[in-house]
Each structure stands twice: as C-alpha cells, then as structure tokens.
Design a protein around this ligand. Sequence first.
Ligand SMILES: C[S@@+](CC[C@H](N)C(=O)[O-])C[C@H]1O[C@@H](n2cnc3c(N)ncnc32)[C@H](O)[C@@H]1O
Length: 195
Amino acid sequence: MPAKAPVISAPGPGIAADGDDALAGLFPREAPLVLDLGCGNGLFLTGLAACEPGWNILGIEKKEFRVRQARRRAGDLGNARVLHGEVLEVLSSLPPGSVSRVYLLFSDPWPKRRHAVRRLVQEEFVALLHSRLEAGGTFFFASDSGEYLAWTREILARSGWRIKDWAVPVDWPTTEFEQRFAAAGFNLWRLQASR
Ligand SMILES: C[S@@+](CC[C@H](N)C(=O)[O-])C[C@H]1O[C@@H](n2cnc3c(N)ncnc32)[C@H](O)[C@@H]1O
C-alpha cells in the first residue's frame, strides 16, 4: 500500500451526501480505497475486508443476485461495500486518483478469439484504470486462462505499466472461482501492474 494513499471521506454508511460521487456516504471511515471488480458472491471481498481493516473495500458487480449474496456475506463489516453496476460505468464515476488497489479476479476469459472483444481488459479499460488509480497504485489480475493473462500483459505493457508476477501470500483470501479452478486442477495465472 503506498504511504500517501488518498482517503475517502463519508458521513456514514449508506448516506448519499453528494449525487455525483459514487463514493459519497458509502463507508463510515476514511481509508485507502480498494476495488474488487466483478466481485461475484463476495467471498474474496469480505475475506480481504476482514484481514485488512484499514482498507475500504468496494465490490462492483452487475448481477443482482450476486450483489445480494455479496452484501449478505459482508454483513456488518464496516469496510466492505458492494455496488450494483457495470465496472466501466462505476469506475468512470469515481474521482480520478482515488483508488489505491484494484483486483480483477477470474474475470470471464471469453476464450474464443472472435469473442476477445468482450473481455473486460481492453485499451479503454486500462486507460480508465490508470486515471482512477493514485500514483503508485496497483492493479492485480488473476485468471485460469494463460491466454487472457498474456492479452492483459500485452495491453498493460503497451501502455507503459510496470508488470510483475503477483506472488500471493499463503494466508491470502481466495475467491469462489479460484477455489473451483484450483479444485479442478487448473493452472492459475497472476500478475500485478503499476504506473
Ligand atoms: C467468473 S465470475 C468471478 C467472480 C469472482 N471475482 C470470483 O473470482 O469468484 C465474474 C463476475 O464478474 C461479473 N461481471 C462480469 N462483467 C462485469 C461488468 N462489466 N461489470 C460488473 N460485473 C461484471 C459477473 O457477473 C461475475 O459475477
């Protein structure tokens, strides 16, 4: 976590103070903002919120039933919130430079070449990500698809990001899909990138 992470100020949980700012009133405390894009049932989001109480973790999820699952799982964790919406729309609505870390974990890989345009990681996504991350902020990506990882690496490299392997600590929270893929014996691929 960079030392000078921007903090998000909010009057209280669920109180919208300011119509235009998607973050207004979401979190009760000021803390570095961390995003889980396509958070699914919230397993990772809530695991991370529990191990990192000093971070505000915001999940973004487009499927309503997944949002309900994730919110139920988050219970009364003060530092975990889930927004129902499209990743690109929600990201666009966040203030520039307001995010410390972004996780995109086991996003749909769209393995057929002609479907690759449907992948979340595209040039415009990466440009938007860059604008919302603070200086020194980090993007974390994991996939069961080596091809999607190579695609993501290439787009990030073209845009001048510094890319490293992401070595996950042993006690790091897992995601629902990660558990499924690991149980099926798939290789899991990861990178982290910053600018
Ligand atoms: C394969 S699941 C992975 C869920 C979770 N990250 C995990 O690892 O268990 C992908 C999730 O991303 C959500 N999703 C896909 N595209 C999205 C988008 N553009 N905006 C918001 N959510 C999206 C899907 O609804 C789904 O819940």
